[in-house]
Design a protein. Sequence first.
Length: 174
Amino acid sequence: MDLEAAERLERSRVDADALSWLLRMNHLTAEEVDRALGTRMGLRPLDYEAMGAILDSESSPLGPVELGHRLGISTGSATELVDRLERAGHVVRERSAQDRRRVLVTPHPNTVRRVIGELSPLLADLDDLATSFTAEEQDVIGRYLRAATEVIARHAERMASDAPGENSDARASN
């Protein structure tokens, strides 16, 4: 089945007004924001994904090996990726305070400031949108989004655990 036929089938499965379809559209639009931000920062798609993982793990920094596992690429490819991000000034390598042999990858403060600066208008608009709903409506919306996140996470975990082995270096070329 080609992509167009698959999309027609998906659209016919769900009424365009259904919450699940709107959630999917929200996800696709959020991906557009990610692509635009990555482009504005001069990052390749895999480099942007790596920066997302590094920023998300700021309270518990990743080493190149963990980053490679998270991205599904080899340790060597992850090391090259970190080298590239470090040369571009996006990350810093630091020795772990607990284990001096371990190298951790942390976001450069200027990159953090830039990401926050780029996303601040969007986040402010989303906050304004949220406050346009009553407290009761916010509770319902929040309940739906939390439950939808749990459902999506369960499916992602199942799909990852059922995934056949693949050439992990294939993603490194992105």
